[in-house]
Write a protein that binds this ligand. Structure first.
Ligand SMILES: Cc1ncc(C[n+]2csc(CCOP(=O)(O)OP(=O)(O)O)c2C)c(N)n1
Ligand SMILES: [Mg+2]
Length: 573
């Protein structure tokens, strides 16, 4: 058995450890709380050491579930999620999760087993070229070739994953390296001359932006996920209040500014609200803080913010000017840049007329849906959940209509309560991500808002929820359809519902019961009222199969190719 002292010592003292022991020692040094992992041949030496480790190990029932759980954990804690999988199929099963984490800037440190160094390149059993496969979908990847490098590589990997623009880092460990023995070396400092993220903004650019704000008649801040990654919500609020600049959110940026604040305009984009989209369209100064100007946000670029001077604060210089020409680039950490802007202060703002216009749009064009006596509306379910959890739950979603309704009808007043797959739009993400989110904040009530389609892509993870007895309320907005696909076919493909409607479904309640989780079918508002009151009282996991109106569409909507000012369905007739 591994010696306790060997694991905790930082200095060498001539201890000899195996590669697997060095790995676990490094994870303990990084204060890793939880590993999401799945064993197999190439990682058996590592698993033999995990057997003795104090770090919690969670066994997902599919590696993809493991990496999405790690993403949920990273999103809530801001710390890297840790994943260990075996070589070959174990490694290829995490490719979607790596891509998802890469595009949504989530810090992960992922270990893959590999065949022994002597047989790499021979198509050995369970060999996959995971370095080649993951080069474009990781922030960085390594293959360990010398056992002595393990501690240093792991230290570097954690640093790279969670500095600058966060992202996934992969470490491939051949089996013979995991079993080889080496003397513990003195710890080395990280030296990465080619990787020096710029945190502090350029003073002249900050001055330029401050002057632009003083001149602006219609300024608006677009707050992206960078505000959350940079833990800059407090500074954003202070700056927005100081300069009276209204704030628009991206899908991933929700929670970065309190939704109930008078300067909050709501979410922009394809299914954003009228006020947020029109504020971007009409603005004369658009200050993007940590958003990618993603196409689902901008709509047709020719119609995007046509009158605005664009400023863009981003820690990743490659994002600035990528999609939208930018007059005032500021390469910096969001928190650092906002601090500098607050200090500058500038002339008192003179844009009251703009604020009045926005306030009148806000009251005239809220999100709307047709109320119904006879059917259960998905939007109503979310309104009830918001009310009954007092807006205090962690909300994790899958991808589709339900995701957009959750973004619209569950406003966040706090940061880091919202977990969704934005850039990649990964169905199957929600249920496992809710596991990671729940482990990240053990006291929180976690709502996993899923579609009937996406739920069926990861049902196996119910076993983990049961095993760990997590307080996750699984909310399935069951429209008996791949609803978002159905919506597009209705609107853009002449109602030709090719493979999107009424798929044969199992009983979700019986499925939950098979995992010893209680389940309910809910068909009316009255039932919803009663059952929600009951299940939100306790911390037991539960599955709620809400049979919602299958004809409902998500509105407003910017049709593909249309401009941000060309929303349809803003008002119900
Ligand atoms: C892995 C994956 N496959 C396909 C899609 C395309 N897609 C986006 S939304 C959607 C429908 C989702 O249906 P459901 O989970 O029932 O949610 P709903 O839209 O009905 O709320 C599909 C198929 C995707 N985003 N991800
Ligand atoms: Mg559905």
């Amino acid at each position: 058995m591994l010696q306790e002292t060997a694991l905790t010592n930082t200095k060498a003292e001539n201890k000899t450890l195996s590669g697997s022991e060095l790995l676990l020692q490094a994870l303990e040094k990084e204060k890793v709380e939880v590993i999401f992992g799945y064993p197999g041949g190439a990682v058996l030496p590592i698993y033999d050491k995990i057997y003795d480790s104090k770090i919690l190990h969670v066994l997902p029932r599919h590696e993809q579930g493991g990496i999405h759980a790690a993403e949920g954990y990273a999103r809530i804690t801001g710390k890297p999620g840790v994943v260990i999988v075996t070589s070959g199929p174990g490694a290829t099963n995490i490719v979607t999760g790596l891509t998802d984490a890469m595009i949504d800037s989530l810090p992960l440190v992922v270990f893959t087993g590999q065949v022994a160094t002597g047989v790499i390149g021979t198509d050995a059993f369970q060999e996959a070229d995971i370095l080649g496969i993951t080069t474009p979908i990781t922030k960085y990847n390594y293959q360990v070739r010398n056992i002595e490098d393990i501690p240093h590589i792991i230290k570097e990997a954690f640093y790279i994953a969670n500095s600058g623009r966060p992202g996934p880092v992969l470490i491939d460990i051949p089996k013979d390296i995991a079993t080889a023995m080496a003397e513990v070396q003195e710890e080395k400092e990280i030296q990465l001359p080619g990787y020096q993220p710029t945190l502090k903004p350029n003073y002249l650019q900050i001055r330029k932006l401050t002057e632009a704000v003083s001149r602006a008649k219609k300024p608006v801040i677009l707050a992206g996920a960078g505000v959350l990654h940079g833990q800059a919500a407090k500074e954003l609020k202070e700056y927005a209040e100081q300069q009276k600049i209204p704030v628009v959110h991206t899908l991933l940026g929700l929670g970065g500014f309190p939704a109930n604040h008078e300067l909050s305009l709501g979410m922009a984009g394809m299914h954003g609200c009228y006020t947020a989209n029109m504020a971007l369209y009409e603005s004369d100064l658009l200050i993007n803080i940590g958003a990618r100007f993603d196409d689902r946000l901008t709509g047709n670029l020719n119609h995007f913010a046509p009158n605005a001077t664009v400023a863009h604060i981003d820690i990743d210089p490659a994002e600035i000017g990528k999609n939208v020409p930018t007059e005032i680039p500021v390469v910096a950490d969001a928190k650092e840049a906002l601090k500098q802007l607050i200090v500058q202060e500038g002339k008192p703002p003179v844009h009251d007329a703009w604020l009045q216009t926005l306030a009148s749009w806000k009251s005239e064009y809220p999100y709307e849906y047709e109320k119904s006596e006879s059917t259960l509306k998905p939007q109503k379910v979310l309104e009830m959940l918001y009310e009954k959890t007092k807006g205090d739950a962690i909300v994790v979603t899958d991808v589709g209509q339900h995701q957009m309704w959750a973004a619209q009808y569950y406003p966040f007043t706090k940061a880091n309560r919202w977990v969704t797959s934005g850039g990649l739009g990964t169905m199957g993400f929600g249920l496992p991500a809710s596991i990671g989110a729940s482990l990240a904040d053990k006291n929180a009530c976690v709502l996993a808002v899923l579609g009937d389609g996406g739920f069926q892509m990861s049902t196996q993870e119910l076993a983990v929820i049961r095993e760990l007895n997590l307080p996750i309320k699984i909310v399935i907005l069951n429209n008996l359809a791949l609803g978002m696909v159905r919506q597009w076919q209705e609107l853009f493909y002449n109602e030709r519902y090719s493979h999107s409607k009424n798929p044969v479904q199992p009983s979700f309640v019986k499925l939950a019961e098979a995992y010893d989780i209680k389940g309910y079918v809910i068909e009316t508002e009255a039932e919803a009222e009663e059952i929600l009151n009951e299940v939100l009282q306790n911390r037991d996991p539960v599955l709620l199969d809400f049979r919602v109106d299958g004809k409902e569409n998500v509105y407003p909507m910017i049709a593909p190719g249309k401009g941000i000012n060309e929303m349809v369905g803003v008002k119900k007739q």
